[in-house]
Design a protein around this ligand. Sequence first.
Ligand SMILES: Nc1ncnc2c1ncn2[C@@H]1O[C@H](COP(=O)(O)OP(=O)(O)OP(=O)(O)O)[C@@H](O)[C@H]1O
Ligand code: SF4
Ligand SMILES: [Mg+2]
Length: 375
Amino acid sequence: MTAAPDMTAALPPESARDTPTNPATQRRKLVEVKNLKLYFPIFGGLLRRQVGDVKAVDDVSFDIYEGETLGIVGESGCGKSTCGRAVLRLYELTEGSVVIDGQDIATLSPEKLRLKRPSMQMVFQDPQASLNPRMTVASIIGEPLDEHTNWPRTKKLERIYELMDAVGLNRDYANRYPHAFSGGQRQRIGIARALALNPRFIVCDEPIAALDVSIQAQVVNLLEELQDQFGLTYMFISHDLSMVRHIADRVAVMYLGKLVELAPVSALYANPLHPYTEALLSAVPEPDPFAETRKERVVLKGDVPSPSNPPKGCNFCTRCPKVMEICREVEPAFREYAPGHFAACHLLEETGTAALNGGMRPEHNQTRIQQGEDA
Ligand SMILES: Nc1ncnc2c1ncn2[C@@H]1O[C@H](COP(=O)(O)OP(=O)(O)OP(=O)(O)O)[C@@H](O)[C@H]1O
Ligand code: SF4
Ligand SMILES: [Mg+2]
């Protein structure tokens, strides 16, 4: 979206994003991300001058509705975590705005941002690394309370116990240290800490990736229960497309710093519009063994290009099995092809109506893509 000279062309018009037929839009937008860019400077040479940028997030726009879970998927290095951190302003934004509950956090002063922090929290991938090994569970969960409240000790302890109950941790363990817990329990501690100040919005960055498969479902179920109980809104970042299918209401697909597709979960999995989304989904095992054996896989050739030097035109053009001449020159606009279903691909501009009428072009239904293998 970014390389386009007209930035507004990349952003779906407000009217398109808010079609009355999209059930998700009946709800209030809690998070509105517009033209978000997060570039990391690259320094080089003897004088350590800036010689370029890693375009980790490159002109991304999306909304998250109150109470929903927006899944963010894409290959490693495509910018998911950076996007999640930028949305919470854990990084200073290069460009763009992030409005959370009516306030643009990109422009808030440090003090106002500090006051806003309780309403927006993050759950990290690696519970082991994100918990201080020298602090007890009670002090870890109570840390945000120390920072943001002046409650007396007894009130804090009461809240800590309440949070331990909410995430299924035994109160008797309050004085234990993180090393005495299993991976799943440690993630529960991380979730309790994120909940301490009654947030409305939580970015979950691969919250189950470091856990045993048997524990993953427990943590996902816990996140869902807490969402119902406290009316939470999630941005759920994951590699695991099956898990995202289970937990998300809508899914955004990222490739090389940009959104390539955004749709309600059922539409995305049943009728992916973008060749990259098709590629990702073809690697997901089918529960039906007959369907699984009938699957053919389309191969994505080559490596992901460097985000410091993305290709001209469509940034997927170096690997796309359906690449056309125009793709190497002109960046495709991110457009709505069905209610609430957005994608950025020149093919759709030609055959957009076919995509709306029950699926992609015939060859799309036949072709399968396997990640990371050569043809
Ligand atoms: N602090 C940083 N400084 C410089 N470059 C960074 C920094 N953090 C991330 N990057 C780069 O930005 C790009 C996006 O990284 P990011 O961690 O957001 O990807 P990701 O989609 O979360 O990947 P993964 O699935 O492996 O977690 C990568 O090229 C990465 O090397
Ligand atoms: S715009 Fe072209 S290169 Fe990009 S995804 Fe579509 S067909 Fe492939
Ligand atoms: Mg990441």
